[in-house]
Design a protein around this ligand. Structure first.
Ligand code: ADP
Ligand code: ASP
Ligand code: MG
Length: 449
């Protein structure tokens, strides 16, 4: 029988400073099953890298951003017991950042952008491996690109599961006997060895993918909150942590905006039946949320989520009354650009649907391309300024009174679109972004307080 294996992932705030990293190291050292650690970039670093990759800047501004990144890393470096162990490597990585940031094609080449975006995790994993070593454990900094094979969709690369599993067995497993392996979340490489990234917040996904590949029993997601809450505690102060969740509920929450988990995290966990734990790296004693296949109960309301930056697209053709193939054409254009649509309403002459549109994301570029193509076949109206508020639960379409209770709670607000009944786990409302926080608070009050 193989030994119990836990993979622990630490998010950006958990590895933001030397002191925060020490909390994480205590968690790692405290559980002998934890042999693989996946880290995010230290808080703030990826945002800086995104601005270098996406925003036209003067040479001086680029220099300032590079200095801001260096300051975050040096604040950690200076506190290490033995900084000479990593200083030269860190300086090499900082030099690589400058080189990429000043590269004349950085704003236009997606491969260069991903190489730049990966640098935060490459630095934080280097620093954290030294913090673990200083906590008395033998630790190595492992380049995840050796095993995390993806396609070449820079910015939102898709993992190639079989290859990952083979490479992880071959190159990663042998390291576990003697070392704690510290590696990078969010980052991968295509079959030509070019660096790719999995999309913002993708380190959770990395941890779940490695857990699947190495058939770990547990994947821990350590973050800045003590579990998955009934809603984002930053929106509703009475939100409270959920002791347990099913894979389906967690996947639904993540898809509809619970930032605490990257939307794809549950897929590998579900396939390999890996239990996922979410807890606070600062206050591990508070416990957290266990996400697993079977939960003790399946309440009709489990949580409320919010996803920001939604656009509503309405396509209209006077010919639609007669043209039966119109809907098919619209959806094939959407499918061609690999977009997923969450809410749809149709009438005789028009179709409205929502698209996820976060700034500087691959999705927003694809949205622009899709809309341009739709404009060649019909009238297209694009409206911005919406958020999607979703109530997540179980058997919602058959439980009595679910929709009336939700509608009563939000009766003061304008709902632009509603999706209910297609899926037993959710009811989604498209609302004006100015009202979304209040709507979440009202729903939370009605359903959970
Ligand atoms: P990390 O950097 O550790 O990956 P994230 O910022 O990505 O952390 O995710 C943690 C944040 O997710 C929390 O600070 C919280 O504001 C937000 N969040 C949104 N919805 C929820 C929820 N339902 N439960 C807990 N946290 C949530
Ligand atoms: N550092 C990446 C980001 O900020 C990935 C992650 O934190 O999960 O999006
Ligand atoms: Mg995250």
């Amino acid at each position: 029988m193989t030994k119990a294996l836990t993979i622990a992932k630490f998010g950006g705030t958990s590895v933001a400073t030397y002191e925060a990293m020490q909390n994480c190291a205590r968690i790692v050292v405290g559980n002998e099953a934890t042999r693989i650690v996946v880290v995010s970039a230290s808080a703030g670093v990826t945002n800086h890298l995104v601005s270098l990759a996406h925003t036209p800047m003067t040479q001086e501004q680029i220099g300032d951003v590079c200095e801001a990144i260096k300051a975050i890393e040096y604040a950690i470096l200076e506190k290490l017991q033995d900084k000479t162990a990593v200083e030269a490597k860190l300086n090499d990585l900082l030099a690589e950042i400058r080189e990429l940031a000043y590269h004349e094609e950085i704003l236009h080449r997606d491969d260069l952008k991903d190489q730049l975006l990966s640098m935060g995790e490459r630095m934080s994993s280097l620093m954290f491996s030294q913090v673990v070593a200083e906590a008395g454990q033998s630790a190595i900094n492992f380049d995840v690109r050796k095993v995390l094979r993806t396609d070449s969709e820079f910015g939102c690369a898709a993992p190639q599961l079989e290859t990952i599993s083979e490479l992880a067995e071959q190159l990663l497993r042998p390291e576990l006997a003697a070392n704690i392996v510290v590696t990078q979340g969010f980052v991968g490489a295509d079959d030509q060895g070019r660096t790719t990234t999995l999309g913002r917040g993708g380190s959770d996904f990395t941890a779940a993918l490695l857990a699947e590949a190495l058939r770990a029993q547990v994947c821990e997601i350590w973050t800045d909150v003590a579990g998955v809450y009934t809603t984002d505690p930053r929106i509703a102060d009475k939100a409270h942590p959920l002791p347990e969740l099913s894979f389906e509920e967690a996947a639904e929450m993540a898809t509809f905006g619970a930032k605490v988990l990257h939307p794809a995290t549950m897929e590998p966990a579900l396939r390999q039946n890996v239990k996922v734990f979410v807890g606070s790296s600062k206050e591990p004693e508070k416990g957290g949320t266990w996400i697993m296949k079977d939960c003790e109960n399946e309440p009709p309301y489990r949580a409320i989520t919010r996803r920001k930056e939604q656009v509503m697209v309405t396509v209209k053709t006077p010919k639609m009354l007669y043209a039966q193939g119109f809907l098919q054409k619209v959806f094939s254009i959407i499918a061609k650009h690999k977009l997923s649509v969450d809410l749809v309403t149709t009438s005789e002459i028009s179709v409205s649907f929502t698209l996820d549109n976060p700034a500087n994301s691959v999705a927003s570029r694809l949205n622009r391309e899709t809309i341009a193509e739709l404009e060649t076949i019909c009238d297209v109206k694009v409206e911005k300024g919406f958020d999607l508020v979703t109530v997540v639960g179980n058997h919602m379409q058959t439980a009595k009174g679910v929709s009336s209770k939700i509608f009563a709670a939000v009766s003061d607000y304008n709902l632009r679109m509603i999706c209910f009944g297609a899926n037993p786990h959710n009811m989604s409302l498209l609302v004006n972004e100015d009202n979304s926080a209040e709507i979440v608070q009202k729903l939370h009050h009605t359903l959970f307080e």
